[in-house]
Structure formats: C-alpha cells, structure tokens
Design a protein around this ligand. Structure first.
Ligand code: ATP
Length: 238
C-alpha cells in the first residue's frame, strides 16, 4: 500500500460505556476511495463519528497522517483535514444553497478562502451554482444531498467521510450521487463512505470492508467483495 492517510487501530467505542464497536481496524491510502458496507445497526455511523472526533474510542487509536488523533475534538479533526458529511443531510432548510455552503467553511474566516472554496465546489457541482440563491428546503432530496456533500468540501478536506448518502433517495439519484463521489475522489480527495446499499458502494470503491455487529468480517478489493458468495448472499439477495 502507498502512503497511509488513515489508520484505525483496534478501536472499541460505544455509548455510555457500552461498546458497540469491538476491536475494529482499517486503513486507507492517500487517494483511495474505500467503502464500509453493512446492515442497519452494524456500527457504520459510530465508526465514522469516532474518526471525525465526535466520539472517542474506549481503547485503540486513530492515526491520521502519522499522528494520533483519537483524543481530538471534531473542530480539531476538521482543521487537520477530515470532513464528515453526516447521515440525513442536515441542511439549514431556510437558508440558500450558498449560505449553507459558506457555513461549511466555518473554520475559514477569511473571505478570500471562502470564495476559493465556493469556486472549487461550484466547478464540481455546476448545477448548484445556477441555484445558489435557492432556499434549501425547496430542493429535491437528491439535490439536497449534493449540497450536503458540497458543504463537506468547503473546508478543503484531505479525507472526506460520507455517511449513508443513499438514504431516502430514488435509485436513479443514488447513481448520480455515486458518480459525484467518484468525481470528488478523482479531484484528489481521499474518500471513506459507509453504505447500506452494498452493491452501489462497491461498484465505485477501490476497496471495501464488511462490518457486522461492530466488527470487520470481510475485506478486500471492491471487485473481490462484489464477487464474494457471502457478500452476494447476505447483502445483494443473490
Ligand atoms: P444505521 O445505518 O442504522 O445508522 P449503522 O451501521 O450506522 O446503522 P450505528 O448507528 O453505528 O449503526 O449503530 C451501531 C449500534 O449502536 C446499534 O446497536 C445502535 O443501536 C447503537 N447506537 C447508535 N447510536 C446510539 C446512541 N446514541 N446511544 C446508544 N446506542 C446507540
């Protein structure tokens, strides 16, 4: 593997002292697009929140660009270059697209830096530029998901964490959103996405991890996982 950007080493984490992630490890090379796939409640969101610094592991550690970050808070991990797009979009519904995007750059107070962020994001999402003055709640689910992803890019992350992008979207929109993720990755951003839509996620990923009740049970290239009889049976109904 080329240079590792992220290493999750044997973490245990959970809620109120009760672990729901039991010794999970994974690693991501700079430039990769990696998927964590698994069923509802398997621990995908908990893993993402822990990497983002919204929760801290009871044991184990998380290393980002060679430094241990598992004790840092979310505002510090975002400064280091980790951006988390949570499940369920969470836009400010009464604000316009541009206002939502500008809030995504909250760690950058400098107007010039915010404008550069907007320029970069609008290049990736030309449709959002045309609709930048539209209020978020008047957009479709797919469009709102694009805004949520774009907002995640405003802090100019090195690692983008995408939580369950497909939630509540029609299949045709899921495909569009996945194409966008590929474009973001090609633009140089390392991506870790978690998905219940296993096939869709593995079709765009380089590598994948299968998570079950808080533990990684299978890992490999996305191609190998797509061909795996266990994965096909458990998650694709094949
Ligand atoms: P989903 O796709 O439904 O979000 P997931 O794979 O992301 O599923 P998590 O949300 O990480 O799974 O949940 C993992 C386990 O942790 C589940 O058993 C869940 O009930 C539990 N859990 C999640 N959030 C909390 C919380 N705030 N307090 C207590 N337990 C929680």
């Amino acid at each position: 593997m080329t240079e590792r950007i992220l290493e999750v080493r044997d973490i245990q984490c959970g809620y109120d002292g009760v672990p729901v992630i039991h010794g999970l490890s994974l690693e991501i090379a700079r430039g990769e697009l990696v998927a964590i796939v698994g069923a509802n409640g398997a621990g995908k969101t908990t893993t993402m929140r822990t990497i983002a610094g919204l929760m801290h592991p009871y044991r184990g550690e998380i290393v980002f660009e060679g430094e241990v970050i598992s004790r840092l808070e979310a505002h510090e991990t975002i400064r280091r270059g980790i951006s988390y797009v949570p499940e369920g979009r969470r836009l400010f519904s009464k604000l316009t697209i541009q206002e939502n995007l500008e809030l995504g750059a909250f760690i950058r107070k400098d107007r010039k830096v915010i404008d550069e962020g907007l320029k970069r994001v609008f290049e990736l999402f030309p449709k959002l530029y045309d609709r930048r003055r539209q209020v978020a709640e008047t957009m479709s689910g797919g469009e709102q998901q694009m805004v949520a992803i774009a907002r995640g890019l405003m802090s100019d992350p090195k690692l983008l964490l995408l939580d369950e992008l497909s939630l509540g979207l029609m299949p045709s929109l899921v495909e569009k959103v996945m194409e966008t993720v590929v474009a973001i990755n090609r633009s140089g951003v390392t991506v870790l996405l978690v998905e219940q839509m296993v096939q869709e996620a593995l079709e765009i990923a380089h590598r994948g991890y299968v998570i079950q009740t808080g533990t990684i049970v299978q890992q490999g290239t996305a191609r190998d996982l797509l061909d795996s009889p266990e994965v096909r049976k458990a998650y694709m109904g094949l």
